[in-house]
Design a protein around this ligand. Structure first.
Ligand code: AMP
Length: 570
């Protein structure tokens, strides 16, 4: 397909905010897209591979600027200046491309989607010396042949900011409309197929034949990058019992990070909840799984928790979070920050998917195949009960054990990957915390100059990020054990800066932090309609994907909740 056709699609998609219109536009486009070109779906998602794939473009802002200046015969300074003025680097590329095209003869060659993908897919493979100039070559080759509208969207793809408002659900509905006449009964079938593959291009390819049975046949496999099931919140044991029925399984809600463990043909692979492969970082877990879990092939859902080597008390997430990133001198950090694996679910076992089975059966299987070795690997701490008082005692025990609270689970529920369902809820004493994404900031002054020292936080509404306030506390100025420093956070945010205006910075939403706050108030200043009062950053959540940050609805619920409890707000 000509890349121009895809660029026109991006343009039409961004011209409307209405979901139905977007679905309609996309469904027409998918009808015309050949089956063999299913990878176009990645491009529509702003990617070059499926979402879970580790091979990302990872183009720095500087490189994007350099590529544009080189391709269109101008200086990086001019591109930066224009970007600041216009606020969209895609638009800058388009404008520069227009001027350039009037003076050269390029443009006679037409770019295809295959050519664009081929070039972009080479980028993550590059390592070692000369990588930067190699990348530059690959990008400029595309830009010099691009038409203005193509330059705009190639550039947006490079920096991962498509601005077309297409989410996974939009693509799902477009597929349903294009190939199954919008038959609502088929929607859960498509959703299940997505859950099992996490690859919309595959779903598109199969759907092209208009045979729903083929989608039904898709099975979970070891190695499939399955997403973790998410939990809704409750504020009391009674609320959970009322909402979910009884008896319930009550488990510790561990203050660690989630790990999905795949074993196949003797090999163990560890993924975080954002489907990042962390096997190298946790060699001891790989060994525990090989030694103490029976079975030839399986997928386990578990939490990795830190503990103090001497006192054997559990520590919090922050204490071990650096282990996710640490890729060298693993032995050293392994001894200093030991971890235990608490397994709470199983999704696949010896050739058979378990996700359709009730939780009770799955948890029994977990207990059957694991030989518990405390401080190495254990099945989760769990009781099954209908008795509110007994569950409350267990809740206290979890808190005394330094854990976050409880997870309450319905015994007969299936596993629903990637969705927040009412069959698993979390109960925590301090409701006043949220995972939010940083979308802006301010350069510090005085002692804090050179650092980004105030951060604008946002929640999510569909595919939009809406501000809920600013935070400047919780991050240390100096290195303290395990604490996030201003310097670290600044370094993480710098490559994501989109626009600067004096001290103010606009940042691409990527870095997620956990934030506690005193209360919420209504606000006309922030787009979410709410403002956090006295917020404080408690953690960096590198393990969480953007899809799991707090939604505007959750914030609204928290606001209503604090009102009900009679807490004063501003
Ligand atoms: P939250 O991140 O607060 O929405 O809570 C969901 C997270 O709790 C999951 O992604 C897990 O990492 C974690 N978790 C801790 N203990 C459990 C448990 N027993 N069952 C399920 N999830 C758990």
């Amino acid at each position: 397909m000509l890349y121009e056709k895809l660029a026109q699609l991006y343009k039409s998609l961004s011209s409307t905010t209405k979901r139905l219109e977007k679905t309609e536009i996309l469904s027409e486009f998918l009808k015309e897209t050949p089956k063999e070109e299913s990878e176009i779906i990645h491009l529509i998602q702003g990617n070059i591979y499926p979402d879970y794939d580790q091979r990302k473009l990872g183009i720095s802002e500087q490189l994007a600027i350099k590529s544009i200046s080189k391709s269109f015969g101008t200086t990086p300074e001019k591109v930066t200046q224009e970007w600041k003025k216009v606020g969209d680097i895609g638009e800058v590329a388009k404008n520069l491309c227009k001027t350039k095209k009037q003076t050269t003869l390029f443009g006679s060659i037409s770019l295809t989607t295959t050519k664009v993908l081929d070039n972009l897919q080479k980028i993550p493979e590059l390592i070692g010396n000369g990588t930067e100039s190699h990348k530059l070559g690959i990008i400029t080759e595309l830009l010099i042949y691009a038409k203005p509208i193509e330059a705009k969207f190639i550039t947006r793809t490079l920096i991962g900011d498509m601005r077309i408002g297409v989410q996974e659900s939009t693509i799902k509905h477009a597929i349903l409309k294009a190939f199954f006449e919008g038959n609502k009964d088929y929607e859960p079938i498509i959703q299940r197929a997505i859950d099992r593959t996490n690859d919309l291009s595959k779903i598109f390819q199969i759907s092209k034949d208009e045979k729903i049975e083929e989608l039904e046949k898709i099975k979970l496999e070891v190695g499939s990058p399955i997403r973790a099931m998410l939990a809704a919140k409750v504020s009391s044991v009674e609320e959970a019992l009322k909402q979910m029925g009884s008896p319930l399984a009550a488990e510790y809600k561990y203050d660690g990070f989630r790990m999905l463990i795949h074993k196949k043909e003797g090999e163990v692979t560890l993924f975080t909840r954002s489907l990042e492969n962390v096997t190298k970082q946790f060699p001891e877990i790989e060994e525990y799984v090989k030694e103490f879990v029976k079975g030839d092939s399986f997928i386990l859902d578990a939490e990795t928790i830190g503990y103090d080597k001497i006192t054997k008390e559990y520590t919090d997430f922050q204490a071990i979070s650096q282990r996710i990133r640490r890729k060298h001198k693993i032995e050293e950090v392994m001894n200093k920050l030991p971890v235990e694996l608490a397994v709470f679910d199983i999704l696949f076992y010896n050739g058979e998917s378990q996700i359709e089975k009730p939780f009770k059966e799955r948890t029994e299987l977990v207990r059957k195949i694991i030989t518990p070795h405390p401080f190495k690997i254990i099945p989760s701490h769990m009781i099954i009960s209908s008795d509110a008082e007994e569950i409350k005692r267990f809740y206290k025990k979890a808190l005394a054990d330094n854990q976050e609270g409880l997870m309450l689970k319905t015994l007969d529920a299936e596993y629903n990957p990637g969705r927040r369902v009412g069959q698993m809820v979390k109960l925590k004493p301090e409701d006043r915390d949220l995972d939010l994404v940083i979308i802006g900031g301010e350069w510090g002054t005085g002692k804090r100059s050179g650092w980004i020292s105030s951060y604008t936080l946002a929640c999510k509404k569909d595919d939009k990020y809406l501000a809920v306030g600013k935070v400047g506390t919780g991050i240390s100025e100096k290195e303290e054990s395990g604490k996030l420093t201003l310097e670290q956070l600044t370094n993480l945010l710098k490559p994501l800066i989109k626009k600067e205006d004096g001290k103010d910075i606009e940042i691409e939403p990527k870095i997620i932090v956990s934030v506690t706050y005193q209360d919420l108030q209504k606000s006309t200043t922030y787009k979410s309609g709410y403002a956090l009062r006295f917020p404080r950053i408690t953690n960096l959540r590198e393990d969480k994907p953007l899809s799991e940050i707090a939604t505007q609805k959750e914030i609204e619920k928290a606001f209503v909740g604090q009102r009900v409890k009679g807490i004063k707000f501003g």
